[in-house]
Design a protein around this ligand. Structure first.
Ligand SMILES: CC(C)(COP(=O)(O)OP(=O)(O)OC[C@H]1O[C@@H](n2cnc3c(N)ncnc32)[C@H](O)[C@@H]1OP(=O)(O)O)[C@@H](O)C(=O)NCCC(=O)NCCS
Length: 158
Protein backbone atom coordinates (compact mmCIF):
# COMPACT_ATOMS: atom_id res chain seq x y z
CA UNK A 1 0.00 0.00 0.00
CA UNK A 2 1.35 3.43 -0.93
CA UNK A 3 2.48 5.55 2.02
CA UNK A 4 0.75 8.46 0.26
CA UNK A 5 -2.68 6.81 0.33
CA UNK A 6 -5.24 8.95 2.16
CA UNK A 7 -8.95 8.49 2.85
CA UNK A 8 -11.16 11.46 3.62
CA UNK A 9 -14.83 12.47 3.44
CA UNK A 10 -16.07 13.61 0.05
CA UNK A 11 -15.71 17.38 -0.40
CA UNK A 12 -17.04 19.76 -3.03
CA UNK A 13 -13.51 20.15 -4.42
CA UNK A 14 -13.37 16.41 -5.25
CA UNK A 15 -16.36 16.49 -7.59
CA UNK A 16 -14.64 17.53 -10.87
CA UNK A 17 -11.95 14.86 -10.51
CA UNK A 18 -14.51 12.19 -9.58
CA UNK A 19 -16.64 13.19 -12.58
CA UNK A 20 -13.52 12.92 -14.76
CA UNK A 21 -13.19 9.26 -13.78
CA UNK A 22 -16.34 8.88 -15.85
CA UNK A 23 -17.63 5.73 -14.16
CA UNK A 24 -20.62 7.24 -12.36
CA UNK A 25 -23.50 9.42 -13.48
CA UNK A 26 -22.94 13.18 -13.48
CA UNK A 27 -24.76 14.64 -10.48
CA UNK A 28 -24.19 11.61 -8.25
CA UNK A 29 -21.40 13.25 -6.25
CA UNK A 30 -23.42 16.39 -5.55
CA UNK A 31 -26.27 14.13 -4.43
CA UNK A 32 -23.91 12.23 -2.13
CA UNK A 33 -22.54 15.49 -0.73
CA UNK A 34 -26.10 16.55 0.05
CA UNK A 35 -26.77 13.22 1.79
CA UNK A 36 -23.55 13.66 3.74
CA UNK A 37 -24.65 17.09 4.99
CA UNK A 38 -27.96 15.54 6.16
CA UNK A 39 -26.26 12.63 7.97
CA UNK A 40 -27.82 10.06 5.64
CA UNK A 41 -24.53 8.74 4.33
CA UNK A 42 -20.82 9.41 4.35
CA UNK A 43 -18.78 9.05 1.16
CA UNK A 44 -15.11 8.30 1.73
CA UNK A 45 -12.69 9.15 -1.06
CA UNK A 46 -9.28 7.46 -1.37
CA UNK A 47 -6.54 9.48 -3.00
CA UNK A 48 -2.86 9.44 -3.74
CA UNK A 49 -1.79 13.05 -4.03
CA UNK A 50 -4.63 15.19 -5.33
CA UNK A 51 -6.18 12.44 -7.45
CA UNK A 52 -9.13 10.33 -6.25
CA UNK A 53 -8.47 6.64 -6.89
CA UNK A 54 -11.43 5.07 -5.14
CA UNK A 55 -14.44 5.49 -2.92
CA UNK A 56 -16.89 3.81 -0.59
CA UNK A 57 -20.20 4.90 0.89
CA UNK A 58 -21.36 4.32 4.46
CA UNK A 59 -25.13 4.72 4.77
CA UNK A 60 -26.02 5.25 8.42
CA UNK A 61 -29.29 3.36 8.33
CA UNK A 62 -29.11 0.63 5.71
CA UNK A 63 -31.95 -1.60 4.52
CA UNK A 64 -31.60 -3.82 7.60
CA UNK A 65 -31.44 -1.03 10.16
CA UNK A 66 -27.65 -1.16 10.57
CA UNK A 67 -25.02 0.90 8.76
CA UNK A 68 -24.40 -0.35 5.25
CA UNK A 69 -21.32 -0.09 3.04
CA UNK A 70 -21.86 0.30 -0.70
CA UNK A 71 -20.31 1.58 -3.91
CA UNK A 72 -16.80 0.37 -3.09
CA UNK A 73 -14.74 1.03 -6.20
CA UNK A 74 -11.04 1.42 -7.02
CA UNK A 75 -9.54 2.62 -10.31
CA UNK A 76 -8.23 -0.42 -12.22
CA UNK A 77 -4.62 0.85 -12.21
CA UNK A 78 -4.55 0.83 -8.38
CA UNK A 79 -6.26 -2.48 -7.64
CA UNK A 80 -4.67 -5.21 -5.46
CA UNK A 81 -2.77 -2.58 -3.49
CA UNK A 82 -4.98 -2.54 -0.40
CA UNK A 83 -7.03 0.53 -1.34
CA UNK A 84 -10.46 -1.10 -0.93
CA UNK A 85 -9.36 -2.71 2.33
CA UNK A 86 -8.28 0.72 3.64
CA UNK A 87 -11.58 2.28 2.53
CA UNK A 88 -13.69 -0.40 4.22
CA UNK A 89 -11.63 -0.36 7.41
CA UNK A 90 -12.07 3.43 7.44
CA UNK A 91 -15.88 3.02 7.12
CA UNK A 92 -15.81 0.52 9.98
CA UNK A 93 -13.73 2.85 12.13
CA UNK A 94 -16.14 5.74 11.60
CA UNK A 95 -19.13 3.49 12.37
CA UNK A 96 -17.43 2.19 15.52
CA UNK A 97 -16.66 5.76 16.65
CA UNK A 98 -20.39 6.49 16.32
CA UNK A 99 -21.21 3.58 18.63
CA UNK A 100 -22.34 1.16 15.92
CA UNK A 101 -21.76 -2.53 16.64
CA UNK A 102 -22.52 -4.03 13.22
CA UNK A 103 -22.10 -3.10 9.61
CA UNK A 104 -23.59 -4.82 6.59
CA UNK A 105 -23.28 -4.88 2.82
CA UNK A 106 -24.56 -6.70 -0.21
CA UNK A 107 -22.27 -8.29 -2.76
CA UNK A 108 -23.01 -9.62 -6.23
CA UNK A 109 -23.26 -13.40 -6.44
CA UNK A 110 -21.00 -13.26 -9.54
CA UNK A 111 -18.56 -10.71 -8.09
CA UNK A 112 -15.84 -13.08 -6.91
CA UNK A 113 -13.23 -10.33 -6.36
CA UNK A 114 -15.55 -8.46 -4.00
CA UNK A 115 -16.56 -11.67 -2.25
CA UNK A 116 -12.88 -12.45 -1.61
CA UNK A 117 -12.34 -8.91 -0.36
CA UNK A 118 -15.23 -9.03 2.11
CA UNK A 119 -14.37 -12.56 3.28
CA UNK A 120 -10.81 -11.43 3.98
CA UNK A 121 -12.21 -8.62 6.12
CA UNK A 122 -14.51 -10.88 8.15
CA UNK A 123 -17.90 -10.20 6.52
CA UNK A 124 -20.07 -13.28 6.98
CA UNK A 125 -22.82 -14.27 4.59
CA UNK A 126 -26.24 -14.24 6.20
CA UNK A 127 -28.48 -17.28 5.58
CA UNK A 128 -30.90 -15.09 3.60
CA UNK A 129 -31.34 -16.18 -0.01
CA UNK A 130 -29.93 -14.03 -2.83
CA UNK A 131 -32.08 -11.07 -3.78
CA UNK A 132 -32.11 -8.69 -6.74
CA UNK A 133 -30.99 -5.07 -6.39
CA UNK A 134 -31.86 -2.71 -9.21
CA UNK A 135 -31.88 0.95 -10.05
CA UNK A 136 -31.34 3.51 -12.77
CA UNK A 137 -28.47 5.77 -13.70
CA UNK A 138 -27.97 8.46 -16.31
CA UNK A 139 -24.99 8.03 -18.59
CA UNK A 140 -22.74 10.82 -19.85
CA UNK A 141 -25.04 11.24 -22.86
CA UNK A 142 -28.07 11.82 -20.61
CA UNK A 143 -29.63 8.43 -21.37
CA UNK A 144 -31.33 6.74 -18.41
CA UNK A 145 -30.12 3.16 -18.09
CA UNK A 146 -31.31 0.39 -15.82
CA UNK A 147 -29.08 -1.92 -13.80
CA UNK A 148 -29.82 -4.98 -11.71
CA UNK A 149 -27.70 -7.48 -9.84
CA UNK A 150 -28.36 -10.56 -7.74
CA UNK A 151 -26.67 -10.11 -4.40
CA UNK A 152 -26.29 -11.72 -1.01
CA UNK A 153 -26.15 -9.84 2.26
CA UNK A 154 -23.17 -10.01 4.62
CA UNK A 155 -22.61 -8.60 8.09
CA UNK A 156 -19.65 -7.95 10.36
CA UNK A 157 -19.66 -7.30 14.09
CA UNK A 158 -17.48 -4.32 14.94
C1 LIG B 1 -13.45 -5.31 -5.68
C2 LIG B 1 -12.52 -4.09 -5.60
C3 LIG B 1 -13.24 -2.95 -4.88
C4 LIG B 1 -11.24 -4.49 -4.83
O1 LIG B 1 -10.44 -3.33 -4.66
P1 LIG B 1 -8.87 -3.45 -4.39
O2 LIG B 1 -8.38 -2.13 -3.93
O3 LIG B 1 -8.21 -4.04 -5.57
O4 LIG B 1 -8.83 -4.51 -3.19
P2 LIG B 1 -7.64 -4.68 -2.13
O5 LIG B 1 -6.33 -4.50 -2.81
O6 LIG B 1 -7.90 -3.87 -0.92
O7 LIG B 1 -7.80 -6.24 -1.79
C5 LIG B 1 -7.87 -6.73 -0.45
C6 LIG B 1 -8.06 -8.24 -0.51
O8 LIG B 1 -9.30 -8.56 -1.18
C7 LIG B 1 -9.14 -9.72 -1.99
N1 LIG B 1 -9.24 -9.36 -3.41
C8 LIG B 1 -9.35 -8.13 -3.95
N2 LIG B 1 -9.48 -8.19 -5.29
C9 LIG B 1 -9.42 -9.50 -5.62
C10 LIG B 1 -9.47 -10.21 -6.85
N3 LIG B 1 -9.60 -9.57 -8.03
N4 LIG B 1 -9.39 -11.56 -6.82
C11 LIG B 1 -9.25 -12.22 -5.65
N5 LIG B 1 -9.19 -11.60 -4.43
C12 LIG B 1 -9.27 -10.26 -4.43
C13 LIG B 1 -7.73 -10.26 -1.67
O9 LIG B 1 -7.86 -11.08 -0.52
C14 LIG B 1 -7.01 -8.96 -1.32
O10 LIG B 1 -5.86 -9.16 -0.54
P3 LIG B 1 -4.45 -9.52 -1.27
O11 LIG B 1 -4.27 -8.56 -2.42
O12 LIG B 1 -3.43 -9.31 -0.16
O13 LIG B 1 -4.56 -10.94 -1.73
C15 LIG B 1 -12.07 -3.65 -7.04
O14 LIG B 1 -11.65 -4.78 -7.78
C16 LIG B 1 -13.13 -2.91 -7.82
O15 LIG B 1 -13.24 -1.68 -7.74
N6 LIG B 1 -13.98 -3.66 -8.57
C17 LIG B 1 -15.09 -3.06 -9.33
C18 LIG B 1 -16.17 -2.55 -8.38
C19 LIG B 1 -16.68 -3.61 -7.46
O16 LIG B 1 -16.90 -4.77 -7.84
N7 LIG B 1 -16.94 -3.21 -6.21
C20 LIG B 1 -17.49 -4.07 -5.18
C21 LIG B 1 -18.97 -3.94 -5.17
S1 LIG B 1 -19.71 -4.98 -3.93
Amino acid sequence: MSADLRVRPLAEADIPALDDLGHRAPGLWAHRLDEQSRYISLTLVASIGPNPIGHAVLTWEGPRGTPDISDVWVVPSHRRQGVARFLIESCESVARDQGMTRVGLSVGVENHAAQALYSSLGYLETPDPPFEESGEWTDAGGIVRAWSEWVRYRVKSL
